[in-house]
Design a protein around this ligand. Structure first.
Ligand code: GLA
Length: 428
């Protein structure tokens, strides 16, 4: 690697964390940002980071106060799953330290079930691949301090043509609860043309009626703009079609999901689909950008690779505590795209407020060459005289102690610097 390349690589994925230490009262109270106002924040702060659509009819099962973290089988294994894979994955989440960092859901996706229901009309685990049954698997996973997720579909079949749960919501929810399942991903195939708004609430009610706390993850692919209605139905809702392991897919999905930022918050999250980090189709820089933007956008952090065989680079990305902390921040405001420059808008600044008067900022180079990206205080919603100390969350160090009015950095191709700010000498 040349010196220049090394320098650029270090700047990859700068998550800027900005902290402001004054106590401020806003004139205009909004649901999640009531403490963010003058003298640090510009009057446009609340329109840049609009949260006014958050939680009007929130489902209150007490789950999802921060975005869910864990693993899901689909992106790497697709239908090639069995109980050994799930058990070994649970073991690996613990042995790699990922479980301790918050990745607690072990989610089985499509293909766990037999192609037909039994004579009582119940779903049955595929006897070849899950011979011990799901209850035994839940017990195993719980024994490791983890949680088990399962998958079904708001239609007559799942996408891989296993039985779906439409018109069987109560029976299936009861069965999942009897197995000790903690999470349901509910897909959208073979849906008979019935609108999602009609097909998803019955499963919510059935899950609630079990009396067990089961995280409810809606997967209707953004078809009927779920951000506009799903907060009273589920704990998260997919906003897009399926991700694939490519830069083009990841960037497209990040942009589509961004549209709905104002609707997310504790208890109900936009879901731009599961992580592809570690699956091989993107560069190290691109995976750092993927992880940084998903963290900043308060997306579910569901690992989609084979955690039994992680490379050092993949583990480094997935286990960056400072980046995870952005995602799990208690304020729960989705970060968003706030500034673009360059001919095709490929120099991008994404940002979001954090608890404790801090801000996370990603400088994202989507151009095909190295670029200098500037985050202006104006675009971030800060008064220009505010003094900021900038911390690089990939280098794990403060890169400047006193930035005023803007911050710039050279960012490698397709890389993303994630930074945050600490200030002890706010605007005088
Ligand atoms: C759909 C979902 C995916 C995955 C597959 C499984 O495509 O969107 O996330 O669950 O089905 O068949």
């Amino acid at each position: 690697m040349t010196k220049q390349k090394i320098r650029n690589a270090l700047l990859v994925h700068l998550v800027i964390l900005f902290f402001f230490s004054t106590s401020v009262v806003s004139a205009r109270v909004v649901s999640l940002l009531q403490n963010y106002g003058n003298p640090i924040f510009r009057s446009n702060f609340h329109s840049i980071y609009d949260t006014s659509k958050y939680g009007v009819f929130q489902l209150s099962n007490g789950l999802g106060k921060t975005p869910q973290m864990g693993w899901n089988s689909w992106n790497f294994f697709a239908c090639n799953i069995n109980e050994m894979v799930i058990k070994e994955t649970a073991d690996a989440l613990v042995s790699t330290g990922l479980a301790d960092l918050g990745y607690v859901y072990v989610n089985i996706d499509d293909c766990w079930s037999s192609v037909t229901r039994n004579l009582k009309g119940q779903l049955v685990p595929d006897h070849k691949t899950f011979p011990s049954g799901i209850k035994a698997l839940a017990d195993y996973v719980h024994g490791k301090g983890l949680k088990l997720g399962i998958y079904s579909d708001a239609g007559v079949f799942t996408c891989q043509v296993r039985p779906g749960s439409i018109f069987h919501e109560t029976d299936d929810a009861d069965l999942f609860a009897s197995w000790g399942v903690d999470y349901l991903k509910y897909d959208n195939c073979y849906n008979l043309g019935i609108p999602p708004k009609e097909r998803y609430p019955p499963m919510r009610d059935a899950l609630n009626a079990t009396g067990q706390k089961i995280f409810y993850s809606l997967c209707e692919w953004g078809v009927e703009d779920p951000a506009l209605w799903a907060d009273k139905v589920g704990n998260s809702w997919r906003t897009t079609g399926d991700i694939n392991d490519s830069w083009a897919s990841m960037t497209t999905i990040a942009d589509l999901n961004d549209k709905w930022a104002a609707y997310a918050g504790p208890g109900g999250w936009n879901d731009p689909d599961m992580l592809e980090v570690g699956n091989g189709g993107m560069t190290y820089q691109e995976y750092r950008a993927h992880f940084s933007i998903w963290a900043l956008a308060k997306a579910p952090l569901l690992i989609g690779c084979d955690v039994r065989n992680l490379t050092a680079e993949t583990l480094e990305i997935l286990s960056n505590k400072e980046v995870i902390a952005i995602n799990q921040d208690s304020l729960g405001v989705q970060g968003r795209k706030v500034q673009v420059s360059g001919a095709d808008g490929c120099r991008q600044v994404w940002a979001g407020p954090l608890s404790g008067n801090r801000l996370a900022v990603a400088l994202w180079n989507r151009c095909s060459k190295v670029a200098t990206i500037t985050a202006s205080w104006e675009a971030l919603g800060l008064e220009s005289g505010v003094h900021v100390s900038v911390r690089d969350l990939w280098q794990h160090k403060v890169v400047t102690g006193d930035a005023v009015s803007s911050f710039s950095a050279r960012v490698d191709i397709h890389d993303c610097q994630l930074i945050s700010r600490v200030s002890n000498h706010a605007h005088q």
